[in-house]
Design a protein. Sequence first.
Length: 93
Amino acid sequence: MAKRRRFSPEFKAKVALETLAGEMTLAELSSKYDVHPNMIAAWKRQAIEGMADTFGKGKAKAKDSESEIKELHAKIGQLTMERDFLQQAFARK
């Protein structure tokens, strides 16, 4: 049984970019890099989807960080109240 080959992200990106350039067909790229055409097509699809995510994440990241900051401030407030309560409870003893 043949051992499964692993490709680095850099290699996948290089092949996907060449596919997007359109200078060579999938078959030509397949023989050039010794990779099955279906793999190259999958990498191309992932690259295209990744580009869309890259350009759309700016606003989503800002909203995520704002909500995360609000959650963290709420947690800080809760922990402060618990600490103060425990300090008072132990100070009475």
